[in-house]
Design a protein around this ligand. Structure first.
Ligand SMILES: NC(=O)c1ccc[n+]([C@@H]2O[C@H](COP(=O)([O-])OP(=O)(O)OC[C@H]3O[C@@H](n4cnc5c(N)ncnc54)[C@H](O)[C@@H]3O)[C@@H](O)[C@H]2O)c1
Ligand SMILES: [Zn+2]
Ligand SMILES: [Zn+2]
Length: 362
């Protein structure tokens, strides 16, 4: 089966023909139908975060179950599924305390070192899977706790976006930060994640949603998603001052959806007294954020969000209902649909900042 492989860091993806194993007892073999391009893969391709190579990239995918392992009871061949990297063991302290997105027992849902690899080259070299999913591939072999069954009413080329970007952004607003009705919100960065955070804030009933980006077209899309105000960061000297002007003192909830030190610090600085800044972007591991300690005295909070603090087996079907009811916009988030061979071009557009989400249709 064909897959997009990262062979070195930094590096572009190479389309290779790989061998995929048959499902182990708890595993599911999926025929991939749609895969979204998330910026996290690009961080790895650029070498900002280390990962094992060679590895099939991609972690925002949906498809149809082809075969299941002996102990799989949750899905059967023919079922439509969305994959999510928040693979839960269901037994560790994080899983049992209601935070399966923080599962600390990845070993329980992975193959062991001595087992045959899920993916390999013709010469037997094992090939890793990004986020234990490896979604830029014609087929995926994953643990059953990394998928959720979904209604066939939603096209899988749209459903895939929920696997990472929408779950992450929407969840950051409704779950991690729990934005209440009427709140003032600012979202910095309007790619797939930021646009989803805007939608989460809208569905939660936020009163004012300010979108910040350096790209004019992205800000237009942000309005479509529910932003009530926009600030083009390339056209103002001081984003924080611009937000303070609009809100007469700052926002109650801010979200950073880029992964930069400067914008993560802006998110904290634009808070009003008692406000909460949520950093969603992947800030490089060697980068430290700086805030003025005294600000904490006014009960401002700085927090992170991992995959929107999801419980994806229940959240994703709910988000699909919102989509089918016209309240969650997915079609409008897709700027381009490409083939697997065009994946590097797709990431080129992301670097240029010209697209919201690009989807690979298999
Ligand atoms: N926390 C998590 O669980 C999680 C999950 C998925 C993705 N992420 C991270 O979220 C971030 C966003 O991902 P994405 O796929 O939406 O990326 P993206 O590249 O599609 O979007 C980033 C947006 O930020 C804008 N931007 C860049 N620099 C800016 C600046 N200085 N000021 C204002 N806007 C600026 C770009 O124009 C673009 O619209 C990435 O760091 C990604 O790794 C985190
Ligand atoms: Zn992602
Ligand atoms: Zn667990």
């Amino acid at each position: 089966m064909k897959a997009a492989v990262l062979c070195e860091q930094p590096g572009e993806l190479v389309i290779e023909d790989l061998h995929i194993d048959s499902p182990g007892p708890q595993e599911v073999l999926i025929q991939t139908v749609g895969a979204g391009l998330c910026h996290s893969d690009l961080h790895f391709m650029e070498g900002l975060f280390r990962t094992k190579v060679p590895a099939v990239m991609g972690h925002e995918s949906a498809g149809i179950v082809q075969a299941v392992g002996a102990d799989v009871t949750y899905v059967k061949p023919g079922d439509h599924v969305v994959a999510c990297l928040s693979i839960f063991c269901g037994q560790c302290r994080q899983c049992l305390s209601g935070n399966p997105h923080r599962c600390s027992n990845g070993r329980a849902t992975s193959r062991g070192r001595d087992d045959s690899p899920r993916l390999a080259r013709a010469d037997g070299t094992p090939v890793d899977q990004m986020a234990r999913l490896g979604g830029f591939a014609e087929e995926m072999l994953v643990h059953q706790n990394g998928v959720v069954k979904v209604t066939p009413d939603i096209p899988l080329e749209k459903a895939c976006l929920i696997g990472c970007g929408v779950t992450t952004g929407f969840g950051a607003a409704v779950r991690t930060a729990a934005v209440p009705v009427g709140a003032t919100v600012c979202v910095i960065g309007c790619g797939g994640i930021g646009l989803s955070a805007i939608q989460g804030a809208r569905v939660a009933g936020a009163g004012r949603i300010i979108a910040v980006d350096t790209s004019g077209p992205k800000l237009e899309t942000a309005r479509l998603m529910g932003a009530t105000d926009t600030i083009n960061a390339a056209e103002v000297d001081d984003v924080v001052a611009a937000v303070r002007d609009l809100t007469k003192g700052g926002v109650e909830y801010s979200f950073e959806a880029i992964g930069l030190k400067a914008t993560a610090e802006q998110a904290f600085e634009m808070l009003e007294v008692g406000g909460t800044a949520t950093v969603i972007g992947m800030v490089p591991s060697s980068t430290k954020l700086e805030i003025r300690g005294i600000e904490l005295l006014s009960e401002k909070k700085l927090q992170g969000s991992m995959m929107g603090s999801n419980q994806f087996r229940t959240d994703i079907p709910q988000m699909i209902d919102l989509y089918l009811g016209g309240r969650l916009l997915l079609d409008e988030m897709v700027s381009a649909t490409i083939s697997l061979d065009e994946v590097n071009e797709g990431y080129g557009w992301m670097k240029e900042g010209t697209v919201a989400r690009t989807v690979i249709a298999f």
